[in-house]
Design a binder for this molecule. Sequence first.
Ligand SMILES: [Zn+2]
Length: 198
Amino acid sequence: MRWFQNVPALIFGLGCGLACTAAQNDPALNVLVYSGVAPEILVQAEADSSRILERAGVLLNWRNCRPEYPCPIAPDFVHVSMRIVNHTGREGLGCSLVTKAGGSDAVAGLENVQRLAVASGIPAWQILAAVMAHEIGHLMLGPSHSGGGLMHGNWDVHDLGHLGQRQLKFDLAQSTRLKAAVLARSRPERTLLAARRP
Ligand SMILES: [Zn+2]
């Protein structure tokens, strides 16, 4: 995903409020985070990314994997990984390894996130949150982009305005597909858990 240069300063600040619609029984996705990002940025980014996904009816379970707290789980069908690196090796904010069926590995590039934060006036953690939500969207929905909104391939001034106002989101059709995809992925785990019950 790319972003346009020379964006103007933006007004932002609306909260989630009553817009969050995920319920306790909504499907949850496990996200393994591999990152050296400062905790104060990471915590806010994860919380805001959760807010975006909750709005689509999906809960996120974050697990922060660090050398001192290694995660013993490898990315698989029900555990996706999000690596936050300085450079993705591309000019974009993030990328995912996906097929039409989705994927389990995504990357966010911190340096480009910080560059966009300076250019737009939007906090880096808020941009990182949206980038992670966008890439998680790819992992569930496949490589396609939409003409606008969170899954737009090139965030323009309009999208960044919504991002700054915490209104950049999955549309209704994407939310429905996203929820179905997470539910399908969680089914094998649920079946396994049910089989283990006495
Ligand atoms: Zn994308």
